[in-house]
Write a protein that binds this ligand. Structure first.
Ligand code: TYD
Length: 205
């Protein structure tokens, strides 16, 4: 099976992933690639319904349930959409994937990392992104960018939690060639150029 046009974007909330994903999508489409973009949790009917539960501020969800909901949403997205798209030779860009669960539920909520790794492999059928762009911002920038009045349940998890999540990302990305760590406090243009340079290496240009 030739599965290689799979890119994910990772980072703490308000790191600017969506803006960069839209820029990358446009550049790839300009080169006539088929490009599909999905957000996690979500991206298709069942997973979007799960997303509504996860992000709902009215719910007090245990960390075990939260993790399994993220994984359930991922199982369905991979099975119904991502795997078929990759087999069809499309580019798939995912706004978050397996590493979000490691960073948020593993480092953030302190769930065993081996357990998460095993469950991630199970729900993804071991399909991994070829490149993962980690857009790194510090917590003070996150604070500046957020509007606390419209925060969802995850965003309301507090400063200590996000500090652990960011440290988790730094740890996960440190020793893995799949990751490209990017200083996301830079300008939109600077970041998109850095991403495009990496993509050119990926495309063999
Ligand atoms: P979203 O509004 O999409 O945030 P963002 O735009 O920053 O991606 O909400 C997704 C939230 O869910 C976000 O706070 C990260 C969190 N999350 C996890 O905790 N674990 C996961 O496995 C995934 C995919 C997301």
């Amino acid at each position: 099976m030739k599965i290689n046009k799979f890119i994910s974007f990772e980072g703490i909330d308000f790191s600017g992933k969506t803006t960069q994903i839209n820029i990358l999508k446009k550049k790839l489409e300009d080169l006539n690639f088929k490009v599909l973009v999905f957000r996690e949790p979500g991206g298709m009917d069942v997973a979007e319904s799960i997303r509504e539960i996860i992000l709902n501020n009215d719910f007090n969800i245990s960390r075990e349930c939260e993790m399994l909901l993220f994984l359930s949403a991922r199982a369905e997205l991979v099975d119904k959409v991502i795997k078929p798209a990759l087999l069809d030779d499309s580019f798939v860009i995912c706004d978050r994937f397996v590493d979000s669960t490691l960073a948020y539920q593993g480092y953030g909520r302190k769930i065993d990392l081996n357990l998460i790794n095993n469950l991630n492999s199970f729900v993804t059928k071991s399909i991994l992104p070829t490149k993962s762009f980690f857009l790194d911002i510090d917590l003070s920038l996150m604070d500046q960018r957020q509007n606390i009045n419209s925060n969802d349940r995850m965003e309301n998890s507090g400063k200590f939690f996000f500090n652990d999540v960011r440290n988790g990302y730094l740890e996960i990305s440190k020793n893995d060639d799949r990751f490209v760590k990017i200083d996301a406090s830079k300008s939109i243009e600077h970041i998109s150029e850095e991403i495009w340079n990496q993509m050119n290496i990926f495309l063999g240009k």
